[in-house]
Every structure is written in C-alpha cells, then in structure tokens.
Design a protein around this ligand. Structure first.
Ligand code: AMP
Ligand code: MG
Length: 328
C-alpha cells in the first residue's frame, strides 16, 4: 500500500510517495524560479501545470510502483498561493476519482512538522518551523498544534529572500546569505532586535539591513549581522518556550532549517535547557511532496479523509485550526 502526495503551495511542485510505514519511495520536484523579483502566483501556477506530468513521470520511473498500489491521494490544501494550490488540488481530485481512492487534504505546515518528527524520531518536541512563508514556535498538546510564538509581520525566510533581492542575489536568498556570512570574520553591526513576548517581528530588521547596504557596509558583514540578530531572536523564544513547558526535545523544520548557523544556535539553547536537539535532514527542510504523502498516510490511518465537497483550497488555513487525531 502506498500514498501519493502533491505539494504546490508556492514555488515548489513536489510529488512524493511513501509506503505503509511512512518510508519515502519517491520524492520528485520541479521548482519555479522567478526571473526577477519574488514569486508571482500566476506564474508559479503556470509552472506547476506545465511540470505536473514530468514530475509524475519521474515518480513512477523512480519507484517502479504502479498506480494500482496507490491507496490514497494527498495534496497540500493550504495555506499557500491560491492559483498554485488549485493546480495540486485539481490533479489530486482527478487522480483520486479515477483511481477510486480517498482524497486527503493536508495542511502544509502540519506536513512539514510531521515529517520532521518522523525523521527526528521525536515524541513530544517543541517545534521550530521556519520557512519562506511561516515562522512559528509550536507544540502538539491535546490534539492540536498550539502556537507559542510566531512572527507578527513577515516570515524569517521571506525576510532573508527580500534582503537578498535588494543585494542583487538570486532567489532563494537564504543559502547565499549563509555563504556570505561565513566570510564576515565575526564583524557585527548592530541591527534592530524585536521580540515581543513570545512573538517576533522582522520588518524593522529588514529595513535597517537594507539601509546598511545603501550606506556601503560590506555585504558579508550585513549578512552575518542579519543572521546573528534574527536567529538570536528565534533562539530567545525557543529558550523561553522550553523553560516554561519543560519539553525535552526541540526539532527544527522548514526551508531555513537548512542553515547550519541556525542549527548551531538552537542546539546550544536546547543543551542549556537539557533538551535534545534534532533537525529535519536539509534535503527535506524545504517544500517537498513526500511530506504531503506522509501526512496523508497519517490521515488515512486516522480515517480522516477529505470529501470532494470539502476539498476546496484553503489559502489562509492556520496550523492551530486543525484537529490532529494522531496527537494523543
Ligand atoms: P520553504 O518555504 O519551506 O520551501 O523554505 C524556503 C525558504 O528557506 C526560503 O526563504 C529560503 O531562502 C530559505 N532557505 C533555504 N536554505 C536556507 C539556508 N541555508 N539558510 C537560510 N535560509 C534558507
Ligand atoms: Mg513550506
């Protein structure tokens, strides 16, 4: 028995397959890269539509599985860009209907987290979810992901990408900023540090970093300072969340989890709070189809399938709005 999952919330069209135990049999993708600027929702959708059959073909040639073995079709129902989401949803409905198998509408954020829990073998972790569209510190409690802290404005990954664009670095900016920061030799320039209670804000930091750029500060120094400041903000909230909840595990996921300096800082905070630290493997930190397939598998086991009448995309679907039946 296998479950197929489709991810199409933003720039990535991903299709993955997992087996009954959740092991990944295939994880194929095609990523839309804007020629200039950030993600254009309609262009992303056009990319996904054009690449659908290519990626699906890759999945079947990679796994050697046949459509008859597929027992559920999962798709990222939200949150995300409406035109991009619709491409995945239409494909999922079509496949599920023609194969006569259940449709599984997955929340993209839950999928990132559940895949990280799977890889990290974490039972009840504090979860740090940092991506291009989301920045949340959360944990599962009584069948729901409770949000302890989150961004009040833009997501951490988005902040890095927008700064990178201002510095004429190509999208996605995070990895380029990470490389440049390593060349800074520890020169730090003061930047706004904004933690409000358990919440974070990054737009003031972004504006100030852009100003340093205009004033001619070395790009390496700004990248270093941007990382140190923003990651320290996240680390502060994580530390407090650990202290208050007494959780003994911390895991990090989302595209920004690929950053080695971020992982180093979070590991330090975890150690000081006597908690274990683990990260999703960098290969699966960003958006991927196998996380949707895995979440679909969990839903299938929990018998929470999605009827056609409730399969409409949910662009603003929040992590803390979802019942997690496997949570207890
Ligand atoms: P996602 O939305 O989960 O696909 O993650 C994409 C985000 O992760 C983008 O904002 C990237 O800039 C960011 N990202 C990817 N790799 C890194 C890295 N090494 N350091 C910082 N951010 C990264
Ligand atoms: Mg994501």
């Amino acid at each position: 028995m296998i479950v197929l999952g489709i991810e199409s919330t933003a720039h990535t069209l991903g299709i993955g397959v997992v087996n009954e135990e959740g092991r990944i049999l295939a994880d194929c993708k095609s990523v839309y890269v804007p020629e200039v600027g950030g993600i254009h929702p309609r262009e992303a959708a056009e990319h996904h539509q054009k690449q659908l059959h290519v990626v699906l073909q890759d999945v079947f040639s990679e796994t050697g599985v046949s459509l008859t073995e597929v027992k559920g079709i999962a798709y990222a129902q939200g949150p995300g860009l409406p035109p991009a989401l619709r491409i995945g949803a239409v494909m999922a409905r079509t496949l599920a209907k023609s194969l006569g198998v259940p449709l599984l509408g997955v929340n993209h954020c839950v999928a990132h987290i559940e895949q990280a829990r799977y890889f990290c073998k974490a039972e009840k972790p504090l979860v740090v979810y940092l991506s291009g569209g989301n920045t949340q510190i959360t944990m599962l409690e009584a069948r729901r992901y409770r949000i302890f802290g989150e961004t009040l404005d833009i997501a951490l990954g988005n902040m890095l990408d927008v700064f990178a664009r201002a510095a004429n670095l190509t999208h996605p900016g995070g990895p380029k900023i990470e490389q440049l920061a390593k060349q800074a030799k520890g020169e730090y320039q003061e930047l706004p540090y904004t933690v409000k209670g358990m919440d974070l804000a990054f737009s003031g930091l972004l504006t100030a970093a852009k100003r340093l750029l205009t004033n001619g500060s070395p790009l390496e120094t700004i990248c270093y300072s941007l990382q140190e400041t923003s990651f320290a903000m996240v680390a502060e909230v994580v530390e407090r969340a650990l202290a208050h909840t007494g959780r003994e595990e911390v895991i990090v996921t989302g595209g920004v989890a690929a950053n080695a300096r971020l992982r180093e800082m979070l590991a330090l905070v975890a150690e000081e709070q006597s908690a274990k630290f683990a990260s999703v493997p960098p290969k699966y930190a960003g958006d991927n189809g196998s996380m949707i397939a895995y979440n679909g598998l969990l839903m299938l086991h929990a018998k929470t399938t999605t009827p056609l009448s409730k399969s409409k995309v949910r662009p603003k679907w929040r992590l803390d709005q979802i019942d997690i039946p496997w949570g207890e």
